[in-house]
Design a binder for this molecule. Structure first.
Ligand code: HEC
Ligand SMILES: [Cu+2]
Length: 374
């Protein structure tokens, strides 16, 4: 450093020393700093139970602070470690600032003299180089290990494999092992004695970028067109878990919810056996079925065992086995179903199903038919 610039630095230092904080600002500053230590509002520590109303605003909101699956637990552990380390550093720095503000504030009778200047201390400089490097290194290693544990490229032994397809604005779930497709609710097993069973998801998109996020079960993973991502779940508690498409994908994005039903293996097997069946044929509802089959419904929807084989929209073969419709927009009640068939836009504005302009009688008959699709 040249002599001239040294002189400049010195004159800046001199000015800085005169810039003392007015006394009346000390306490407001201290109070502001102390605010940073206020406890955060407690997170709801709850599993979404089977009876909780789903996706209608009354269910407890999903939270990553109540993990119920191995990868979600790993993520939370790393989160606490990082918050712990950086939080401690933050507290130390804040405390030193607060101490300096109070201890070295301008006092009556202070002169404008430059205090003794200290230049260069090898131990101190070594310490503040090595320590932060170590901390960054630890955080890097722990995060890297976590990522390797959670991000799996191939399915772990014995896991259930499901292909998840994001559509604007609903989720399709394909079970290739079992040969059926469903929508809205993802069912996955857990051992009857709650031993974890892995589920390995293959994430694909039919249109734009979506993001699959069920905070209690796993980290957020993008669903990208022309790309395949994977997500590993290993739940440890049965229940209904709520998630949400976490990447803005257009008009009805906010109503693109995800429901994951984690159920004991024996129940899961029963559910699979039912899903594998063709649609129920109930002679009592032939009129409704005929209307359904001669309307454009069949171009968009599939009902296995009938002429309806559209793949643009959710498979309706076992519509009544779901507790929600419209990917969680509303619970699947007879009233909501009727309203949906009358005009889906009143329930899920912007969604890709038009009002089909059926007469009231036709709607009643079609809904009677749909209600037999158990
Ligand atoms: C142009 C294509 C199209 C036609 C025609 C169509 N639908 Fe749909 N339908 C959709 C789409 C897309 C969805 C998913 C909407 C969403 O959740 O965003 C849907 C959802 C549904 C659902 C809710 C399914 C679920 O599990 O969430 C029902 C029930 C349904 N349609 C019944 C019908 C009936 C009955 C007809 C004929 C009267 C019909 N649809 C005609 C596209 C269509
Ligand atoms: Cu979305």
């Amino acid at each position: 450093m040249g002599l001239r610039s040294m002189a400049k630095v010195r004159s800046i230092r001199l000015k800085a020393n005169r810039l003392t904080m007015p006394r009346r600002l000390v306490w407001p500053c201290l109070m502001f700093i102390s605010l940073l230590w206020l406890p955060l509002p407690a997170q709801a520590e709850s599993v979404i139970t089977t009876d909780a109303p789903i996706c209608n605003g009354a269910a407890p909101s999903p939270t990553m602070f109540a993990p119920r699956s191995t990868p979600a637990q790993d993520i939370l552990d790393i989160t606490w470690l990082v918050i712990g380390i950086v939080g401690t550093l933050g507290v130390i720095v804040m405390a030193m600032i607060a101490f300096s503000i109070v201890r070295y504030r301008h006092r009556e009778g202070d002169t404008d003299e430059d205090p003794p200047q200290v230049y260069g201390s090898s131990p101190i400089e070594l310490a503040w180089t090595i320590l932060p490097t170590l901390i960054v290194f630890i955080l890097f290693l722990v995060s890297a290990r976590g990522i390797f544990e959670i991000e799996k490229e191939i399915a772990p032994e014995g896991s259930l494999e499901v292909t998840v397809v994001g559509h604007r604005w609903w989720w399709e779930f394909d079970y290739p092992e079992y040969g059926f497709v469903t929508a809205g609710e993802l069912h996955i097993p857990i051992g009857d004695d709650n031993t974890p069973i892995s589920t390995f998801l293959t994430l694909e998109s039919a249109d734009v970028i979506h993001s699959f996020w069920v905070p209690q079960l796993a980290g957020k993973t993008d669903v990208v067109p022309n790309r395949i991502n994977h997500l590993w779940l290993e739940p440890n508690t049965p229940g209904r878990y709520l998630g949400q498409c976490a990447e803005y994908c257009g008009g009805a994005h906010a109503n693109m919810l995800i429901t994951v039903v984690v159920e004991p293996e024996s129940e899961f097997k029963k559910w699979v056996a039912n899903q594998q069946k063709k649609a129920v044929e109930d002679p009592a509802v032939v009129r409704g079925r005929a209307i359904f089959e001669r309307t454009a419904c069949i171009n968009c929807h599939t009902v296995r065992g009938t002429v309806a084989n559209g793949t643009f929209a959710p498979d309706l073969t076992h519509l009544m086995s779901r507790e929600i419709i419209g990917s969680g927009a509303v619970p699947n009640t007879p009233e909501n179903l009727r309203q949906w068939v009358y005009d889906p836009q009143t329930i899920k504005p912007g969604c890709d199903m038009p009002a089909m302009k059926l007469t009231n009688e036709e709607i009643d008959l079609v809904c009677k038919y749909l209600e037999t699709l158990k």
